[in-house]
Design a binder for this molecule. Structure first.
Ligand code: G3I
Length: 361
């Protein structure tokens, strides 16, 4: 019987624990959050409830991160798998684990996290569902979160809709106005939480990326023209080597976005190494180079205040879980992150330290 994901992680943790729990050595190198602080930014990682159950991973995440983003537990589908449920236990546990480390909520309105019961509602009922979800969820966590990804991934040109908006229950409910509605209701329910508009694929230097960048700039301008509070734009940073990238061109886009007087967070950084060579050393070197080049380019922009990887250790990555689920006996596992599946630093970690070091506070 295939070990569950938690069992697999526990097995990995067992081997990792012996490494991390080894003789206490004075750490010659700064942690990623220490190095980031020296560059005037915050470094963090997404975190899932699984991590809390693995002492070795928990130690690494607490040591390296200056902020956490809740990976899954605050999504609509996780909180409300059924219409009469509001399952906060995992997110509450992450908040308790984080202690003084700030936590980011992810995400209130995303047209992808959509349980069947929601999709079965009428349009009028979907409107009520979004209003209730935002009011209740933001109210429940009021004062406890650093920021909310209020709206995630508003655009997807592939859906062929006017303005390139992403299709889904919230667009059906309110048209593109769902974005403004979600921001206004979040601000009303928690006046102190920072409000983030989070988008994917803006880094791609192709027709799709250009369309999303153009749409995002227009949406930011429209929200601001209507007096909607927008504190931060989150750019996810999932780097997919099958697409073209122009780091300097992207850096110019980030600078253009910054003229809107918003802070900018890189919110979900990771490097998909699926198309890199099989050899681990070669793969790790290419992943490290990608982190170095991308971060060096975007950190030129002073408005970039935060860099968050989408998990911290390879074995916690969505790529890793996806590969294990598709191929349980896979001999080649993804290595997208700064620490490996034994929680040891990789060249990518060194590349990130160097990129942070290259931007002095
Ligand atoms: O925890 C449940 C488990 O109890 C249940 O048995 C199992 C059954 O399938 O599902 C588990 O939940 C999974 C969850 O991850 C936690 O592991 C969901 O099925 C799975 O769909 C979910 O995938 C997440 C995905 O977003 C969809 O929410 C990934 O972990 C997460 O890394 C990914 O993150 C997204 C960002 O939110 C937005 N940007 C893109 C990024 C990558 O897709």
């Amino acid at each position: 019987m295939k070990p569950s994901r938690r069992e697999t992680l526990a097995l990995l943790a067992g081997s990792a624990a012996t490494v991390l729990a080894g003789p206490a050595q004075a750490r010659a190198e700064p942690t990623l959050s220490e190095a980031a602080r020296g560059a005037g930014i915050v470094f963090g990682t997404s975190i899932a409830a699984d991590t809390l159950a693995d002492p070795a991973q928990a130690t690494l995440y607490r040591r390296e991160a200056g902020i956490f983003t809740v990976d899954y537990a605050l999504k609509f589908g996780a909180l409300r798998p059924e219409a009469d449920q509001f399952l906060t236990a995992d997110a509450d546990a992450i908040l308790a684990f984080a202690g003084p480390i700030p936590v980011r909520g992810h995400t209130l309105a995303w047209n992808e996290s959509r349980p069947d019961w929601l999709m079965a509602l009428s349009t009028a009922e979907k409107r009520k569902a979004l209003d209730r979800h935002v009011d209740e969820t933001v109210g429940y966590y009021a004062g406890k979160l650093h920021s909310w990804d209020v709206v995630n991934e508003p655009f997807w040109p592939g859906h062929g809709l006017p303005g390139g908006f992403r299709d889904g229950p919230w667009l059906e409910a309110f048209g593109e106005g769902y974005v403004e509605r979600a921001f206004r209701r979040t601000a009303a329910a928690d006046p102190n939480v920072r409000l983030v508009l989070n988008e994917a694929m803006t880094e791609r230097w192709d027709e799709t990326g250009a369309a999303i960048r153009a749409g995002l700039l227009k949406l930011v301008d429209r929200l601001q023209d209507r007096g909607v509070r927008l504190d931060v734009v989150g750019l996810q940073g999932h780097m997919l080597p099958q697409y073209p990238y122009d780091d300097n061109g992207f850096s110019d886009f980030v600078a253009e976005l910054a003229t809107r007087r918003v802070d900018i967070y890189i919110t979900e950084l990771d490097i998909d190494d699926a198309r890199f060579p099989r050899d681990v050393a070669a793969r790790d070197a290419m992943v490290a180079a990608r982190y170095r080049d991308f971060l060096s380019a975007v950190l030129v922009v002073p408005a970039v205040k935060m860099v968050i990887t989408w998990q911290l250790a390879d074995s916690a990555s969505w790529y890793y879980h996806g590969e294990l689920e598709a191929h349980p006996s896979a001999s080649r596992l993804p290595r997208p992150l700064p620490f490996n599946d034994h929680l040891q630093p990789k060249p990518a970690r060194d590349a990130m330290l160097a990129a942070f070091g290259s931007r002095r506070a």
